[in-house]
Design a protein around this ligand. Structure first.
Ligand code: FUB
Ligand code: ZN
Length: 650
């Protein structure tokens, strides 16, 4: 039995369940390597950074153990909680004494910083001298509370013995449940996060007051009470009632954490108005506000969603936390519906917009994940506003919990990774299988049944939207099966141990174009291979990216076995025309005026496109692997040769 971050109650409205009857373990391959790097390198790095940046010291000050100066930003508590959550999830892969020691000592410190009535926030205690709920818009008290609750839940679900953080969380949650409805009737938390955490804490403790508090906090939104400087109620999702909202808007991370919480709430409590709001906002987001990488948030100003189709590749914000929050929300939508479209978006986001946020070395991060950079961009070991790095840790540490689900009929595999899956329905014989695959670089997935009950079990395998021509073999014989409308191939039978299913997903690279409304990339194409989005880095194009155009009419060729910072990836080679650039980054421009009059009757394809001497091919790498070989410019969307105009590049 294994319980991950989301364990709905038995009576919850769900199409499929992640636990507790299902357990999944990564055994090899791409995600195990990332998870091990997280365990061995990133989490220890995080523990060091929490000390170096003063986050732990803030708790010591609040506990009365130190008189150092308090370090802002005011939501720094959440950085510690996220690292503790990561340690707790990671513990289920085998506890490490150094991690356990950190968890124990931090928990004791947090407990000392907690006030007698259960309230806990170091900034309020130290800087605001105990003045609580004074700054609903920007105070982040319940944002930090939510991360504490999630860490405590992880601790409770993985501890061998009594989880020490859970009592701290319980006391704080009880305080909130008794105080907010009565003493703070108009308090609206400016940064959602506590909603999803309260629902999960209700699932953990069975205390219905926590579910009711989550519902009340969601219900309180929409009265335009939240604003701060130039941030309007829309930034805080306080412009319209949650149930009436039909578009994603405002600060992206706030909006997405809220939607994850609303999905949890609907799952447990019902309310068809919330369901309608969830689906409408998902449609709005996916149809017009999502980058090819799954990244979300196109505005640096306000870290916000933009207008529909406002998706500039170079100005993309795509905060790593927004990708994580989107994965959280989509997982809940998948549980609610069993529909593959939610797993499709999760997968796109996981492999691209999320994973680009963590360097392959495990100690460097991106907060912002653009799809084009002109000046070389380097990753940072941490950030003053450090929400993203520890957020990556908790997702990677718990990743296996997002791969599969179960229903009364059987097991659904949503994401492919070398793993072992075991389903043990109450009072019934287990069904266990082993998956082997070199996914995402190869599309062949072998599923071997290790143990089967003497009854029919359905095995459902997601066919991603990018793989329309998937094929399937059962015990060496092709099976002509069509994916169901919700995107799954379903095999229902009396299985026997050693039955073998081979699913083949075509991962040949292909070009993609954007609808014309995505005007920022008109005339450009991008490339995908399986679930991976590709990009070209300046390091691979000696003449620079400014003069590069690609020919999408010629299929790209695989270049397997390329090593980037210790990870072996399949690159692709793109047929291209590379013209020498007029200026180098940082260098003096060759001309002062960067525009030229277009000759009358000029062909849309300039001489560069047809000159065989300029024909070449360039390497493109998976987007997640960019900026791991030193500073470089980068592009996902590349001009299509057929759309390039004559340029004076002599
Ligand atoms: O406000 C806390 C975190 O800081 C947000 O989630 C991020 O977008 C950053 O603004
Ligand atoms: Zn962040």
């Amino acid at each position: 039995m294994s319980n991950g971050p989301v364990v709905p109650a038995a009576e919850a409205r769900l199409a499929c369940r992640p636990g507790p009857e299902l357990s999944v373990r990564l055994t090899d391959g791409f995600w195990l390597r990332r998870q091990l790097c997280n365990r061995e390198v990133t989490i220890p790095h995080g523990m060091r950074m929490l000390e170096e940046t003063g986050t732990l010291e803030n708790f010591r000050i609040a506990a009365g153990d130190s008189d150092a100066e308090y370090r802002m930003p005011l939501f720094r508590d959440s950085d510690l909680y996220k690292v503790l959550e990561a340690i707790a999830w990671d513990r289920s892969h085998g506890p490490l004494e150094s991690h356990e020691q950190f968890l124990r000592s931090s928990t004791a410190l947090i407990a000392r910083a907690q006030e007698h009535d259960g309230y806990l926030n170091t900034y309020v205690r130290v800087v605001r001298q105990g003045e609580r709920f004074a700054d609903p818009a920007m105070g982040h008290e319940l944002y930090c509370a939510g991360h504490l609750f999630q860490a405590a839940i992880a601790d409770a679900r993985t501890a061998d013995g009594d989880p020490a953080l859970l009592p701290v969380a319980r006391r704080f949650a009880s305080y909130l449940a008794r105080t907010l409805p009565t003493e703070q009737p108009s308090f609206v938390p400016g940064h959602p996060e506590v909603e999803t955490a309260l629902v999960e804490l209700y699932r953990t403790l069975g205390d219905r007051q926590l579910l009711e508090l989550a519902a009340e906090l969601v219900e309180r939104r929409g009265h335009q009470r939240l604003s701060w400087r130039s941030f309007k109620p829309e930034y805080f999702q306080d412009d319209v009632a949650v149930a009436d909202a039909r578009t994603v808007r405002g600060h992206a991370v706030r909006a997405l954490y809220l939607l994850a919480g609303v999905a949890d709430l609907y799952t447990e409590a019902g309310d068809e108005r919330l369901r309608a709001a969830l689906f409408a906002q998902w449609d709005d987001m996916v149809s017009s506000k999502t980058y090819l990488t799954g990244g979300l948030g196109s505005r640096h100003a306000d870290e916000a969603f933009g207008e529909p189709f406002e998706l500039p590749p170079d100005r993309a914000y795509c905060e790593t936390c927004a990708s994580i929050a989107s994965i959280m929300w989509n997982w809940r939508m998948l549980l609610l519906t069993g529909e593959g479209r939610f797993a499709d978006l999760m997968e796109r986001t996981l492999y691209n917009g999320f994973l680009s946020g963590v360097g392959l070395d495990g100690t460097s991060f991106f907060y912002v994940n653009p799809l084009q950079t002109r000046s070389p961009r380097t990753r940072e070991p941490w950030y003053e506003c450090a929400c993203c790095p520890p957020n990556t840790m908790r997702l990677l540490a718990s990743l296996e919990h997002y791969l599969a689900t179960a229903t009364d009929a059987g097991v659904q595999v949503h994401h492919y990774a070398s793993s072992q899956i075991r389903w043990t329905p109450e009072g019934a014989e287990p069904f266990a299988l082993t998956i082997e695959t070199a996914y995402p670089f190869e599309g062949e997935i072998t599923l071997r049944i290790d143990r089967a009950p003497a009854r029919e079990v359905e095995l459902a395998l997601r066919v991603p939207a990018w793989a329309p021509s998937a094929s399937l073999e059962l015990n060496g014989r092709a099976r002509a099966l069509e994916p169901s409308r919700d995107g799954y191939l379903r095999l229902r039978r009396n299985w026997t141990a050693a039955d073998e299913v081979v699913l083949r997903l075509p991962v040949q690279p292909h070009a993609v174009s954007a609808r014309e409304e995505v005007d920022a990339v008109r005339g450009c194409v991008a490339f995908e291979r399986g679930p991976l989005v590709y990009c070209v880095e300046g390091l691979d194009v000696p003449s620079g990216l400014a003069g590069l155009a690609v020919d999408p009419s010629v299929p790209p060729i695989d270049e397997p076995g390329v090593t980037v910072a210790g990870e072996t990836v399949t690159a692709i080679r793109l047929p291209a025309v590379a013209s020498p650039r007029a200026s180098r980054p940082g260098g003096r421009p060759a001309t002062t005026w960067p525009y030229a009059r277009l000759p009358t009757g000029a062909s849309p394809a300039g001489p560069a496109a047809t000159d065989p001497a300029r024909r070449t091919d360039v390497r493109a790498l998976p987007y997640f692997a960019w900026a791991n070989r030193g500073p470089s410019e980068m592009r996902v969307w590349l001009p299509d040769i057929g759309c390039t105009t004559s340029r004076s590049d002599s």
